[in-house]
Structure formats: structure tokens, C-alpha cells
Design a protein. Structure first.
Lengths: 309, 214
């Protein structure tokens, strides 16, 4: 498989605090000095045009630097963007980002659908028909939201499977697993509440079945059903309630928890795939040589305290 | 820094407390500010939560609707009627009932009218009365009920719900919904999927939003 070549971003457009630190031993630029690939003449030999061009070239850097002096975000960004990932990191590790991308698609298309949708039991179906039939690209945006929902649910399960089978939920990442499970539940809540919104036959009966499944929980079930329906029967306020949960309550919680989830990913780093073995030591000192050096008893080379004493 | 001798200054014990005090000023203000914050938070959150869960405790107005003259209904088969159960949401608020006269053969009051809801007791799909079989059959998961609405097959957990009936000016009127036990004893309306009778009356408690059983 041919390697994908990513064009290198020249150091001149990256503000100094964001620059990838030079590898040790390669002679990186000293602090405050122009990087070696910045080809400029001394100021006294520059023409006005050259000076202006150089100034213009520096403009984006200046703007970024101005922001960074006030935000002081470059340290955080450098740490996040240039963090180390383990050897063996592969395509399975992109499932979380893919789920995030699916969520962003849902958020953006959802905002635009909300511009045309009417959350009223008597008008919802007509407003969806209007989106699909009359609004330019309406069917496309509605389709993205509808199919994107399934994509997000599938991706979040694949991401969970990757985490499980790679053992990435173990110490110290248990809390991130817990946050992930809450995100999974919230995603299912989104799928459930979004299902009713078109208010067609399928939406209506699927929601009735879904609410009744909630109701089969002992003791609290019947009250949960009444809470979801806002009454003993699916009524006028049920749709408004589902709409509010679908576009205000749960998305806010999802965004907050995604923030916490990603903070922990950056903070703790990712795990290596389980099939990756430890690097073998480059040279193994034979036991006979250890004996010769007088290190008796510690053949395994770990040199535990008892034998060293 | 020179410390005065122990005899001259009473050393607070525990540190930060002075004679006769059970709390430092700092601690009083900390607890006070937190309590005030808690009260302010509760004043905002509690009404909002109450607003969201209020419908659980609210029972709507009892509603009766005429579905046809009493002479339309016979005792050996059902007649399908559609009436409004929830107002204000158009067709979505309508529901279907199968109505017949009480049958002496089945031990019912011949002057009464029986209105069986088409809401399946499994998960709420609409059942259909199949004349040839004399059974109610659910299309979703294969629930089957006999002529009286008792479950005879499939996943449903109890017989079909019924509606209260009465006759006014020669018209049969349908009222609030109620559920029945496996012996067809009326109980308060339960949602589909919830058992009725015996210990289930406690595991699936009646909801305040439903009407008392007849």
C-alpha cells in the first residue's frame, strides 16, 4: 500500500510557540532567531517591496501571536496536537473521531432542519413533507440527518467494541469508559426521541412501542411512561417534549461529555494494540558474563534488591 | 517572630477557635454562603423539575363520546368505532374500539355494552377483530385474544383494555379507558406490557393520571 504523503507545513507560517520542537541533535533554531528556512535579507539591503512582502508574509503569524499572547493556548495546543501515540496505532483508532464527525454532521443538519420543522402534532408531518418536497436540497439534508443517525449509532458501537477488544478500558482509563457508556445511552436517547419527530405512522407506532417498553420496568416504569408522554396518552405535549429533549437537553449533555471524553483521551493517551509485543532488548548479556562481573544470582537481569544486597 | 509565653495568651483549641466559640468566623461564612447558594439553586431547579414531571400527577377531564345508536350493536359480534381519546392533536388522538352488547351466554349483563380497546396489551400495537376466527389478532408480534379479549396466545401479558360505556338518549357513549385482570375484573388503566392483578398491582402501581376503575 503506498504511503500517504502529507505536505509539510513550512515553519514560517507556524507561530513559534506552536512549532514542532526540533529533534535533539539536529540544531534547531535558538530562541528569537529566524528559522533557517526563512530566506530574508538584512533590513538595510531590502527594497520597499521586499519589506512589504515580508511584512505581509508575517501578518498571519502576527495575528496568531496577538491572539496567543492573550489566550495562552499554544502550550495546551502544542501538547495536544503533538502528543505521542503508541507504536501500532491504526485505523481502528479513528472510530472515535468518526463518531464525533457523525455527531457534528447531526448537529449541523439538525440546526438547519429546525429552521423548517414545526414541533406541533398537527403540523409536524406537513412541515417534514414541506422540507422533503419543496425546500431546495431539503430531502438531502433531511436524509443526511436520518441516515447519519444510524451511522452514528453504528460507529459508536464499533468504537465501543474497539475499546473493549483492545482492552483500552483498563486502568487508568476506566472513567473514560464510564463517560463513553453515558454517551452511548445519550446517543440512543437521541435516536429514540428523534424517531417521533416526523410524526408519520412509523414514528407514531414506534414511539408508542418504545414508551411502552419503558413502562414495563417495575414500580417506576408506569411513571416514566407518563413522564415521557406528558400524560396518560401520547398527546399534543408529547411531541414538544421529545423535541425539547432531542434538540436542547441531550445535545448539550453530549457536547459537555464529549469534551470530558476527549480531555481524558489527550491527558491519558491511547493504548497500544494488544498484539504489539514489547521491544526486545537490543543486546542480552549472557549469564556467564554476569557471573564474571560478580553479579551472582540475578540471572534474569532484573537485579532485585535481595540479590543485590 | 517571637511567641508570647503560653501563660499570657490563651491558645485556641482547636486552632482558629477562641474561647466560647464553636466555629470560626470563616467557617460560619463558608457554611452560610453555601447554604444560601443551595437555597438559590433549589429555587431555580425545583420548579423546573416540577414543571417537567407535573403531567404525571395531572388527570385530564373525563370525556364521553357517542359512537352510535344502541340498536347498532349486537351481542354476537363487534362493531368497530373510532373516537377521540386525546383532544387537540387531530387524527393522532383518535383510537379504535370494538363495541358489542353484553352477552347472556358469556355471563354478562345483557343491558350493558362492552367496548374493547384495539390497543394490544403487549406493546400497544393496534389489534384487529377477525370475524371468521372470532379472535383479536395483533399484527406486530402475533398476540391473539378470544372473543371477550382474554389472551389466548402470543406475548401479551393481560387481556385487552376496555372503555367504560353508558347509554344517553339512545346513543352508546364511550368513556375512560380501564384495564382488566385475567379474570376480566376491572382495574385502573395500565400501559401495555404491564401485568394486572395480584402482586402486579403493586409492581405496576396505578398512575394518578388515569381514571378509577368502574
Amino acid at each position: 500500500m503506498p504511503k500517504l504523503r502529507v505536505p509539510k507545513i513550512p515553519d514560517s507560517v507556524v507561530p513559534p510557540p506552536l512549532r514542532k520542537p526540533a529533534k535533539p541533535g539536529l540544531g534547531g533554531t535558538a530562541r528569537g532567531q529566524a528559522p533557517s528556512d526563512l530566506k530574508t535579507s538584512p533590513p538595510e539591503r531590502q527594497t520597499d517591496v521586499e519589506r512589504l512582502t515580508d511584512r505581509a508574509k508575517e501578518a498571519p503569524v502576527d495575528v496568531l501571536a496577538w491572539v496567543d499572547q492573550r489566550l495562552a493556548a499554544s502550550g495546551f495546543l502544542t501538547g495536544m496536537l503533538y502528543r505521542k501515540v503508541p507504536k501500532g496505532t491504526n485505523w481502528f483508532y479513528t472510530l472515535g473521531s468518526a463518531t464525533l464527525f457523525a455527531f457534528i454532521v447531526q448537529a449541523v443538519t439538525g440546526v438547519f432542519l429546525a429552521m423548517y420543522y414545526t414541533p406541533s402534532a398537527t403540523q409536524a408531518y406537513a412541515s417534514i413533507a414541506h422540507i422533503n418536497n419543496d425546500v431546495p436540497l431539503g430531502q438531502f439534508v433531511h436524509g443526511m440527518h436520518k441516515w447519519g443517525a444510524s451511522v452514528m449509532v453504528i460507529l459508536i458501537f464499533l468504537h465501543m467494541g474497539r475499546t473493549f477488544f483492545f482492552g483500552a478500558y483498563k486502568y487508568p482509563r476506566e472513567l473514560n469508559w464510564v463517560i463513553g457508556v453515558v454517551l452511548l445511552i445519550l446517543t440512543m436517547t437521541m435516536a429514540f426521541t428523534g424517531y417521533l419527530l416526523p410524526f408519520d405512522q412509523r414514528s407514531f407506532w414506534a414511539s408508542i412501542v418504545g414508551i411502552n417498553i419503558n413502562g414495563t420496568g417495575p414500580v417506576v416504569g408506569p411513571y416514566l411512561s407518563d413522564f415521557l408522554r406528558a400524560g396518560p396518552e401520547l398527546g399534543a405535549t408529547t411531541l414538544a417534549r421529545f423535541y425539547a429533549i432531542h434538540m436542547l437537553l441531550v445535545p448539550g449533555a453530549i457536547i459537555a461529555l464529549i469534551g470530558a471524553h476527549m480531555y481524558l483521551v489527550v491527558k491519558l493517551g491511547t493504548t497500544a494494540p494488544p498484539w504489539l509485543k514489547f521491544d526486545k532488548p537490543k543486546a542480552v548479556i549472557p549469564a556467564s558474563q554476569l557471573d564474571a562481573a560478580g553479579v551472582n544470582g540475578s540471572v534474569n537481569g532484573h537485579g532485585n534488591g535481595a540479590s543485590a544486597r | 517572630m517571637t511567641e508570647p509565653p503560653m501563660q499570657e495568651r490563651a491558645k485556641p483549641d482547636p486552632p482558629g477557635y477562641f474561647e466560647g466559640e464553636s466555629m470560626t468566623r470563616r467557617r460560619v461564612f463558608t457554611i452560610g454562603a453555601q447554604a444560601l447558594g443551595g437555597v438559590a439553586g433549589a429555587a431555580i431547579v425545583l420548579p423546573a423539575v416540577g414543571f417537567a414531571v407535573a403531567p404525571i400527577f395531572h388527570r385530564g377531564k373525563e370525556r364521553w363520546e357517542a359512537v352510535g345508536p344502541a340498536s347498532d350493536f349486537v351481542e354476537d359480534t363487534y362493531r368497530q368505532v373510532v373516537f377521540t381519546e386525546t383532544e387537540g392533536i387531530g387524527d393522532a388522538g383518535k383510537t379504535t374500539a370494538y363495541v358489542r352488547k353484553g352477552s347472556k351466554e358469556l355471563g354478562e349483563d345483557p343491558r350493558s355494552y362492552i367496548a374493547v380497546s384495539n390497543r394490544c396489551a403487549h406493546l400497544g400495537c393496534p389489534v384487529r377483530f377477525v370475524e371468521a376466527a372470532g379472535n383479536f389478532i395483533c399484527p406486530c408480534h402475533g398476540g391473539v385474544y378470544d372473543f371477550q379479549g382474554k389472551r389466548i396466545g402470543g406475548p401479551p401479558v393481560r387481556p385487552l383494555d376496555q372503555f367504560q360505556t353508558r347509554v344517553r338518549d339512545g346513543q352508546v357513549e364511550l368513556g375512560p379507558r380501564f384495564s382488566v385482570t385475567s379474570q376480566l375484573e376491572p382495574v385502573r388503566a395500565r400501559d401495555p406490557g404491564e401485568f394486572t392483578g395480584g402482586i402486579w398491582e403493586y409492581l405496576y402501581p396505578p398512575r394518578p393520571s388515569t381514571f378509577p376503575a368502574p
